[in-house]
Design a protein around this ligand. Structure first.
Ligand SMILES: *Cc1c(COP(=O)(O)O)cnc(C)c1O
Length: 469
């Protein structure tokens, strides 16, 4: 390989990158002018760039590298499978051992209503599968009018046509004529945003608000007519939307409404699956019983792409017993190398008791540490769920007065984080983390020290810009 690709310096990588590589969710022109940071290697929860700077990866790549970088068991599983059988499809009444093993293992690890898995290449493809599958289910049930899927504003369900339509990102809908027909949105269970719109809601507590927010679903169902509603989909904790942790009363009330109107309940577990929130799945943390679950990211800890849908018995029995051929699937549904890596990854999570660790040890410790940030003059709201954490940047901590839209404080803070060797993501004015599940208490301390330092630098910066005036 070295003979083919002579080592290049940062500037050369950046030039070739700008010339040929269109990055996802990126302003191409702006990035080409600025130049990418070139990431060249990683170990555990640290990355190194082509300039030799070390970065603390508090985002687990993109919410996926849950077991950290460099896990030999995953590397060995991929190598062995590549040598033995790098690919075979599952279309021709054929199957490979890793795909069967993974489906079996998922049936064991997921809640008891799940006994079947459908594999895809990504989370977006998983949610496309959900749309196809719930509509097929209702056709087979003799209720073809049940076509509409209800989702939420500010949700993220991927970037394919159906994924982006299910998602509630206005900026995504604005490009490409989305959402596609038959997908409607209600508002998200985010009290700080609700209070901003309605000063009268100042006295509302979290649990009261959780019921109000869940009942927006009931209102929408009644408005559309229950006989037209196929499913409700949500992330147990909204991830890309800014780590929005719902009140504890929210999901049980959603469950009640779905049960009452016979609506399928879909949990998008692409981020919350496999231990992130302190249980194997986010629906267990939030206390609801989905009919379908989308997964991806953490299923392989991101070492190789894989996604899928867990299909609960209610839907699976109908598809199997009444369905005939289901006209849907992907070349890489059940890819043997991806499935072999997933099996190794899930076994590692189980052997190292990472889910219990998040639940009993590092999750509560992160919550405790994040709570101490609430005293910082820039920090309003603080929320965590397992190893997901968010803090809201505000102009006066006490008054929760938001920065103006022309004051991109999140981007300023993110810039300081990168410069200090910390990868923390900005979503509007929310700064978020989702570190690998292998993180230790000492590494949480290291991350918190970096966060505090970066908040101080941000405070000084926004002060000198005159944004606090
Ligand atoms: C990332 C994500 C997706 C999309 O997954 P891709 O693998 O990027 O297609 C879907 N849902 C949620 C909740 C996600 O975070």
């Amino acid at each position: 390989m070295d003979a083919l690709l002579p080592p290049r310096g940062t500037a050369q990588w950046q030039a070739a990158d700008a010339a040929h590589f269109l990055h996802p969710f990126t302003d191409f022109g702006a990035l080409a002018a600025q130049g990418s940071r070139i990431i060249t290697r990683a170990e555990q929860l640290y990355l190194w760039d082509s300039e030799g700077q070390r970065l603390f990866d508090a985002m687990s790549g993109l919410w996926c590298v849950n077991v950290g970088y460099g896990q030999q068991a995953l590397i060995d599983a991929a190598t062995r499978q590549l040598q033995q059988l790098p690919f075979y499809n599952a279309f021709f009444q054929t199957a490979t051992p890793p795909a069967i093993e993974l489906a079996e293992l998922l049936a064991e690890l997921t809640p008891p209503q799940f006994r079947h898995a459908f594999f895809t290449g990504s989370g977006s493809e998983g949610n496309d599968t959900v749309v196809r599958m719930v509509r097929r289910y209702w056709d087979l049930q003799g209720q073809p009018d049940r076509r509409i899927l209800i989702s939420r504003n500010n949700a993220y369900h991927g970037s394919t046509m159906a994924g982006a339509s299910l998602g509630g990102m206005k900026s995504m809908h604005a490009q490409g004529g989305l959402p596609i027909p038959g997908i409607v949105h209600i508002d998200q269970p985010y009290l700080a945003a609700y209070r901003r719109q309605r000063p009268a809601a100042a006295g509302l507590d979290e649990e009261e608000f959780g019921l109000i927010a869940a009942r927006w679903l009931e209102k929408k169902v009644l408005e559309l007519g229950p006989h037209r509603v196929a499913a409700f989909i949500g992330e147990p904790v909204q991830g890309a939307g800014g780590v929005i942790v719902p009140p504890a009363s929210y999901w049980p009330e959603i469950q009640r409404i779905c049960d009452r109107y016979d609506i399928l309940l879909v949990s998008d577990e692409v981020i919350t699956g496999f231990g992130r929130t302190g249980h194997w799945f986010g629906c267990e943390t939030q206390g609801f019983r989905p009919d379908l679950m989308t997964f991806a990211k953490g299923v392989t800890s991101g070492y190789i792409p894989l996604g899928g849908v867990m299909v609960g018995e209610r839907v699976a029995r109908t598809l199997i017993e009444l369905g005939g051929e289901f006209e849907h699937g992907y070349t890489y549904s059940g890819h043997p190398v991806a499935c072999a890596v997933a099996v190794a990854n899930l076994q590692l999570i189980r052997e190292q008791r990472l889910v219990e660790r998040v639940h009993d040890d590092v999750g509560p410790y992160l919550a405790e540490q994040f709570a101490t940030l609430a005293g910082h003059p820039l920090v309003g709201d603080v929320q965590t769920s397992g190893l997901m954490g968010a803090l809201l940047l505000v102009r006066e901590a006490a008054g929760q007065s938001p920065f103006r839209p022309d004051q991109p404080v999140g981007m300023v803070c993110r810039g300081h984080c990168f410069a200090q060797g910390l990868i923390m993501r900005a979503v509007g004015d929310r700064m978020i983390v989702a570190p690998p599940l292998i993180i230790s208490r000492a590494q949480i301390d290291e991350m918190m020290a970096l966060i505090r330092h970066c908040l101080d630098l941000t405070l000084a910066d926004v002060h000198s810009r005159g944004w606090l005036a």
